[in-house]
Ligand binder design. Structure first.
Ligand SMILES: Nc1ncnc2c1ncn2[C@@H]1O[C@H](COP(=O)(O)OP(=O)(O)OP(=O)(O)O)[C@@H](O)[C@H]1O
Ligand SMILES: [Mg+2]
Length: 325
C-alpha cells in the first residue's frame, strides 16, 4: 500500500463509492435550456428517483448519463469515469430502458432479448431475463401481440439482460394500469435487493415514495429539493393537507389564524392548508366559514405527499400525467 493511503486512511475510507455524479450540468437545445446547472450524486446500490413535470429535463439528464446525449457543459461521471475514452467499457456495465422503445416488429420476444444479450460481453441467459420479468411463456410471441405492460416488461428484460451494475429506467410505468404498474415495481424491488444502482424517472409520487431511497425534485432543468421521500414530506413542516372549495370572496387571512396551519395555497379553485393535525383545525375552519356566511362546497383531507412538496416549491401541480399521455 502506498504511503499516501496509510497517511490518510480515514479520508480513503470516508469517500462513498459513487455510481453517478454530475456537477453544474447544462444542456441547451438551441434556445431551449433543458438542464440548467444540475448537481447530482448517486451512490452505488442506491435507487434514486428524478421527479418532475413534463419538460423538467429528466430524460435529458438520464440520456446524458447514458452517454446518448452530449452535455453542453458540466462534469459527468459514470462508475467513476467520464464518457470520453471509456464508452465501450461503460456501456457494458449499464442497462437502459428508454422512455419509449420501438422493437423490431418481425422478431419474436425471445429473439429480441437474445439480440440485446449479444450487445454485451457478459450477462444473463435470455430465458433467465425473460423469466425475471415474467414473460418466459411469451418468448415465441411477436411484439405486436404484447399488451402495454408486457412491452414495458420486455424493455426491462432488455435493460437487465447484460446484468448491469447501473440501470436507467425512464418512466417505466407511465400509461400502465395499476396491476401492471405494481408488477413492474416488484421487478424493480427485486433488482434493488440484488444491490443494483437504479436511476428512475417518474411522474408518479406513489412510485417515487415506494421505490426510491432518495429523490430529487427537478423543474425547468434545476433541482428544487432532494432527500428521502420522508425527509421531503417532513420539510413541509406539517404532515396533513386540508383541501377546501368555497365560494369566491373568502377571507384568506382567516385561514392563517387556524391552529397548526403552516401554509396556505390557492390553486385551481381550491384552498390547500398544510396542517400539523387535522382534527383540531376542522371545527374552527367550519366556524370561520360560517361567520363569513359561506359553506364548503368540498372538503377533503389527506396525508401530505411528494405532490404537496412540489406544489409548495413550484406553486403548481406536478402531475397531470393522465391529461398529457
Ligand atoms: N432533441 C431535442 N431537441 C430540442 N428540444 C428538446 C429535445 N429533447 C428535449 N428537448 C426539450 O428539453 C426540455 C426537457 O425535455 P426532457 O425530455 O428532458 O423533459 P422530461 O422531464 O423528460 O419530460 P417528460 O416528463 O415529458 O418526459 C423540454 O423543453 C423539451 O422540449
Ligand atoms: Mg422524459
Amino acid at each position: 500500500m502506498s504511503g499516501t493511503a496509510l497517511d490518510h486512511p480515514r479520508e480513503t475510507l470516508a469517500a462513498p463509492p459513487l455510481a453517478l455524479r454530475c456537477r453544474d450540468l447544462v444542456k441547451h437545445y438551441g434556445e431551449v435550456i433543458a438542464v440548467a446547472g444540475l448537481d447530482l450524486e448517486i451512490a452505488q446500490g442506491e435507487c434514486f428517483g428524478l421527479l418532475g413535470p413534463n419538460g423538467a429535463g429528466k430524460t435529458t439528464t438520464v440520456e446524458i448519463f447514458e452517454g446518448l446525449t452530449a452535455p453542453t457543459d458540466g462534469l459527468v461521471e459514470v462508475l467513476g469515469q467520464s464518457w470520453q475514452g471509456h464508452g465501450r467499457t461503460l456501456r457494458a456495465r449499464l442497462g437502459v430502458q428508454l422512455q419509449e422503445t420501438k422493437f423490431p416488429e418481425k422478431l419474436r420476444i425471445g429473439e429480441i432479448v437474445t439480440l440485446w444479450r449479444s450487445f454485451y460481453p457478459r450477462g444473463l441467459e435470455p430465458a433467465e431475463a425473460l423469466a425475471r420479468v415474467d414473460l418466459l411463456e411469451k418468448k415465441r410471441a411477436f411484439v405486436r401481440e404484447l399488451s402495454g405492460g408486457q412491452k414495458q416488461r420486455l424493455s426491462l428484460a432488455c435493460a437487465l439482460v447484460g446484468d448491469p451494475e447501473v440501470l436507467f429506467l425512464d418512466e417505466p410505468t407511465t400509461g400502465l394500469d395499476p396491476a401492471s404498474r405494481r408488477q413492474i415495481w416488484g421487478i424493480v424491488e427485486e433488482l434493488k435487493s440484488r444491490g443494483r444502482t437504479i436511476l428512475l424517472t417518474t411522474h408518479y409520487m406513489e412510485e417515487a415514495s415506494r421505490l426510491a431511497d432518495r429523490v430529487a425534485i427537478i423543474d425547468r432543468g434545476q433541482r428544487l429539493a432532494q432527500g428521502t421521500p420522508a425527509e421531503l414530506v417532513a420539510s413541509l413542516g406539517a404532515e396533513h393537507v386540508v383541501e377546501i372549495v368555497v365560494a369566491d370572496g373568502v377571507d384568506e387571512a382567516g385561514f392563517h389564524t387556524l391552529p397548526g396551519v403552516e401554509e396556505v395555497v390557492h390553486l385551481d379553485g381550491a384552498w390547500r392548508l398544510t396542517v400539523s393535525e387535522v382534527a383540531p383545525v376542522l371545527p374552527p375552519l367550519l366556524a370561520l366559514l360560517e361567520r363569513q356566511g359561506l359553506q364548503a362546497k368540498r372538503l377533503a383531507t389527506h396525508h401530505a405527499t411528494l405532490e404537496d412538496v412540489f406544489l409548495s416549491l413550484a406553486g403548481r401541480e406536478l402531475s397531470d400525467e393522465g391529461a398529457e399521455r
